[in-house]
Design a protein around this ligand. Structure first.
Ligand code: KG4
Length: 345
């Protein structure tokens, strides 16, 4: 019998959906590099300015890809396919990554793979790291995807087979963190600042409203409005209310968001009978949410999976790993592909 050597699959991943330009190289599921260039230009505006984001992506994309290939220690000719984020995200930003990926694939004569950013967040749980213990969730599992733009409970049946069981009908959890942080005068993005300040605060000091949304869907816009009106009324009586109560405000807000997230996740786990539970997306880095998840996991006998921090926020390694699984199924796309600002999993 002929000795057939197994094909080595090396994927270049490109992520440009919001305000991070990122490129990564993954070989047979193992990460070789993951370069992320953030964009400081938005800080002065308290949020991402789409036009500035796409311009910064244009400046960053070539050096970022170049560095990712160098850090991976490979030659361009070794890349089997290029995977890019097609959406959801900011259209101008997505266009930069999409156009670059198309050009790279065409010039190199390699396949092009489109990746759903949300599926990428989920499959970040499957990134292998050299010399590190690899313990991904088993199928099927539930993934609580909580980021700046999304809050979803996803039933993950296989690498490329996912069903959204519930999602936000208005703001995302990350948006609730960021918008409430903004009204307290904290810098953007506010989530990590609230997390830091909440550590010394009393999470039961203030009570904020929790939505009554049927099924497994979420809603965070009512909480945001309630928080805003509460501050407005409190400031009328005491101008120094926010500064004097900052830590308790952060802790109570974080507790409310955590309770809302875990309440529906628990319901989804009970409805499906699934005990393999994962989290993904930027908000999964929140220490209060993680603590509450571990406590709930103990009570419900869940096996809990939390990705490494650098793979929770936007990064191209998650796009490359998704590209890897699509490559194995030969799910390639043509040069006529266009990005989408809104897509479902
Ligand atoms: O996944 P991600 O990087 O971007 C999107 O795809 O949206 O998530 C960014 C979001 C922001 O809203 C940010 O405030 C939030 O994740 N975030 C946090 C923490 N770290 C990042 N929220 C709460 N606590 C944190 N430690």
């Amino acid at each position: 019998m002929a000795n057939q050597a197994k094909q080595v699959v090396t994927i270049l991943g490109i992520e440009s959906s919001c305000d991070d330009t990122s490129a990564a190289v993954i070989r047979d599921g193992m990460i070789l590099s993951n370069v992320v260039a953030g964009q400081k230009v938005h800080e002065a505006y308290g949020g991402v300015v789409p036009e500035l984001a796409s311009r910064a992506h244009q400046q960053n994309i070539i050096p970022v890809v170049d560095l990712a290939i160098k850090q991976a220690g490979i030659r361009k000719q070794e890349i089997s396919a290029v995977a890019f984020t097609r959406g959801p995200g900011l259209l101008g930003s997505l266009l930069v990554g999409t156009s670059f990926a198309k050009g790279f694939a065409l010039a190199s004569g390699i396949p092009l793979i489109e990746v759903n950013h949300l599926a990428g967040h989920v499959l970040a749980l499957f990134i292998k790291e050299p010399g590190k213990f690899y313990h991904p969730p088993g199928f099927p599992f539930l993934c609580l995807l909580v980021s700046g733009g999304n809050s979803q409970i996803i039933h993950v049946k296989d690498y490329l087979e996912m069903e959204v069981l519930g999602q936000t009908i208005d703001d995302a959890a990350g948006e609730a963190f960021d918008k409430c942080a903004k009204v307290m005068g904290l810098p953007y993005p506010g989530g990590p600042h609230i997390d830091r300040l909440a550590k010394n605060g009393n999470p039961r000091r203030f009570e904020f409203s929790k939505p009554r949304v049927p099924g497994l869907d979420y809603s965070f816009s009512g909480l945001k409005t309630n928080f805003l009106y509460f501050l407005r009324d409190s400031l009328k009586e005491n101008q120094g209310f926010i500064e004097e109560n900052m830590e308790d405000l952060c802790a109570s807000l974080q507790q409310t968001i955590t309770d809302i997230l875990i309440g529906k996740l628990r319901r989804a786990a009970r409805q499906t009978g699934i005990k393999e539970i994962a989290v993904a997306g930027g908000v999964s880095a929140n220490s209060g949410l993680q603590k509450a998840l571990f406590s709930r996991a103990g009570k419900e006998r869940w096996n809990l999976y939390i990705p490494k921090f650098e793979f929770t926020t936007d990064n191209a390694a998650m796009i490359a790993i998704t590209g890897y699984y699509k490559f194995l199924k030969k799910e390639f796309t043509g040069q006529d592909i266009i990005p989408f600002s809104h897509t479902e999993i």
